[in-house]
Design a protein around this ligand. Structure first.
Ligand code: HEM
Length: 422
C-alpha cells in the first residue's frame, strides 16, 4: 500500500467485495423467521462474509435471532450481551478509545463524555457548514454536466464533511482523500479469503498508524493553542465527565475510529436513499414538492435497507430464548435485516413506504451502543438530498446505463447510481 494516497473508489470496492457475500439476505431472513425465531449455529456463514463468529469458527457456540422483540432485547441489555470481543478481532494495533468494543462502566463513562458533542442541539449548529460543503465543493461544480454517477459524490462527501466538522485545517484539499483511503483500508482489514487476509491486515495496520500520526499532530497543536473552537476536536478536548477529561491519545484514537464509522456507513445509506427515491414510482415528485418528507424518506430507507444487516454480541451469562439455552460465552447474531422487516411489528414489511407509522428499527443499532453519530448522519443525508433536488432539476435514472441495485449480505448499498438531469 502506498503510504501517501489510496484510490478511493478501488478501496471502497474492495470493502464492498469483502462484505457483499452471496445470496439474498432478506429472502434468507424471511424464510428463517417463518421456520423458527432462533437458529442454532452460525447463520451468517452461508453468505460467505467475514464475521467475528466466522473468524473464530468453532471456538464458541453461535446462535441467530430474527424477531424484532428479541433483537431489541439483546441490543438494549449491554450487561448480559457484551461487545468486548470486537477488540480481539481488530487486533492489538487498534488500541485506545474504541467505544464500540467497550462494556459496562467504562462504556457508560466514555459515552457520557462524548455524547454532548453529538446531540442535536450541537449538531444542528453545523447545518450551514455541512450544506455549504455539499453544494459548493461537490454539486454546484457538477450541475453543468447534465449526467453523472451520483456515487462519485456519495463516496466522498461524508468523509469530507467529517474532516471539516472535526476541525482539520482546510488549506490541504488532498488530505481528506488520503484519510478516506486509510479509513477504508482499516475497514477492509477483515478479509475472509486467506490469500488476501495477510496483505489486507498489513494494509490496515499501516493505515491505522498513518491516521494516528496525522490526527495526533492536529490534536497536540489544538491543545497547545488553547483547545478552542466549536468543531469536534475542540469539543472533545474540553469534554468533561465526573472530573475526567480525555488525553491526547484518547482524542486521537476516538477521532480515528470516527472516520470509518462515519464515512462508509453514510455513503452506503446515501446510495440506498437515492436508489429508493429514484425507483419508487411518484416518490421523487412528492418529496421535491414537500421537503418535510426528506427525514421520513431517510428513516424508512434505514429500516428497509439497513447498512449493517446484523450485529453480534457475546453472552455474559447463560440466557434462554424460545426454549433454547444459550450458554455464557456464546455469540448471538442479531439479524437487523430481519427484525426491521418483522411482520409482527411492521405491516407490509417488504414495502418501502415513507408514510408508515414510526416504530423503532435497528439500522442505527439500539440501546447503549446506538449510533452516537446518527444526528450527524441524518443531517448530512438530508442536506445531500435537498441539495440534489435543488440543483439537479428533472433528475432521473440514465436509461443507457445499468439501473442501481442495492446489494450485499453484510454491508448493503448500491455501487453506482447513473443519472441525468435537465
Ligand atoms: C448512516 C450512517 C450511519 C449508520 C447506518 C451507522 C450505524 C451504526 C450502528 C448500527 C451502530 C451500533 C453498533 C453496535 O451496536 O455494535 C453505530 C455505532 C456508532 N456510530 Fe454510527 N452509523 C452511521 C453514521 C455515523 C456517524 C456519522 C458517526 C460519527 C459522527 C458515527 C459514529 C458511531 C460511533 C462512535 C458508534 C459507537 C457507539 C458506541 O459504541 O457507543 N456513526 N453506528
Amino acid at each position: 500500500m502506498s503510504t501517501d494516497t489510496i484510490d478511493l473508489e478501488s478501496a471502497y470496492s474492495a470493502v464492498s467485495d469483502t462484505y457483499k457475500g452471496t445470496g439474498d439476505i432478506h429472502a434468507a431472513c424471511r424464510a428463517a423467521r417463518a421456520r423458527s425465531p432462533i437458529f442454532v449455529g452460525d447463520f451468517i456463514r452461508q453468505f460467505g462474509v467475514p464475521t467475528n463468529a466466522g473468524m473464530q469458527q468453532g471456538t464458541r457456540p453461535t446462535f441467530a435471532l430474527f424477531r424484532h422483540q428479541d433483537v431489541m432485547a439483546v441490543l438494549r441489555d449491554a450487561s448480559a450481551y457484551t461487545s468486548g470481543f470486537i477488540a480481539e478481532g481488530l487486533g492489538a494495533f487498534f488500541d485506545g478509545l474504541i467505544i464500540l468494543a467497550m462494556d459496562g462502566d467504562q462504556h457508560r463513562d466514555v459515552r457520557a463524555l462524548l455524547q454532548p458533542a453529538f446531540m442535536p442541539e450541537t449538531v444542528n449548529k453545523w447545518r450551514d457548514q455541512i450544506d455549504a460543503v455539499i453544494r459548493k465543493d461537490f454539486l454546484e461544480p457538477m450541475a453543468a454536466r447534465g449526467k453523472a454517477d451520483l456515487m462519485e459524490f456519495g463516496l466522498e462527501f461524508p468523509i469530507r464533511e467529517m474532516y471539516a466538522l472535526m476541525g482539520f485545517p482546510t488549506d490541504n484539499p488532498d488530505a481528506y482523500r488520503r484519510y478516506a483511503g486509510w479509513a477504508l483500508a482499516m475497514v477492509g482489514g477483515n478479509q475472509i479469503d486467506p490469500a488476501k487476509a495477510g496483505e489486507a491486515r498489513r494494509n490496515a495496520g499501516i493505515a491505522v498508524k498513518l491516521l494516528y500520526d496525522a490526527i495526533l499532530e492536529v490534536v497536540v497543536r489544538r491543545r497547545a493553542d488553547g483547545s478552542r473552537g466549536d468543531d469536534l476536536i475542540g469539543r472533545l478536548l474540553r469534554a468533561e465527565h465526573q472530573g475526567r477529561r480525555l488525553d491526547d491519545h484518547e482524542v486521537t484514537t476516538f477521532v480515528r475510529s470516527l472516520l470509518p464509522a462515519a464515512g462508509e456507513t453514510t455513503t452506503r445509506t446515501f446510495s440506498s436513499v437515492m436508489t429508493l427515491l429514484l425507483t419508487t414510482p411518484g416518490l421523487q415528485a412528492r418529496v421535491r414538492a414537500d421537503r418535510s418528507l426528506v427525514p421520513k424518506l431517510i428513516d424508512e430507507a434505514v429500516r428497509f435497507e439497513p447498512v449493517a444487516t446484523f450485529k453480534v454480541r457475546e453472552t455474559a451469562r447463560d440466557v434462554e430464548f424460545h426454549g433454547v439455552t444459550i450458554p455464557k460465552g456464546s455469540f448471538i447474531q442479531c439479524m437487523v435485516a430481519s427484525a426491521n422487516r418483522d411482520e409482527a411489528v411492521f405491516e407490509r414489511p417488504d414495502e418501502f413506504d415513507i408514510d408508515r407509522k414510526v416504530k423503532p428499527s435497528f439500522g442505527f443499532g439500539f440501546g447503549p451502543h446506538m449510533c452516537i453519530g446518527q444526528f450527524v448522519a441524518k443531517l448530512e443525508l438530508a442536506c445531500a438530498v435537498n441539495a440534489i433536488l435543488d440543483l439537479l432539476p428533472g433528475l432521473r435514472l440514465d436509461p443507457d446505463m445499468p439501473a442501481p441495485v442495492i446489494e450485499g449480505a453484510q454491508l448493503r448499498g448500491a455501487a453506482h447510481i447513473h443519472v441525468l438531469w435537465d
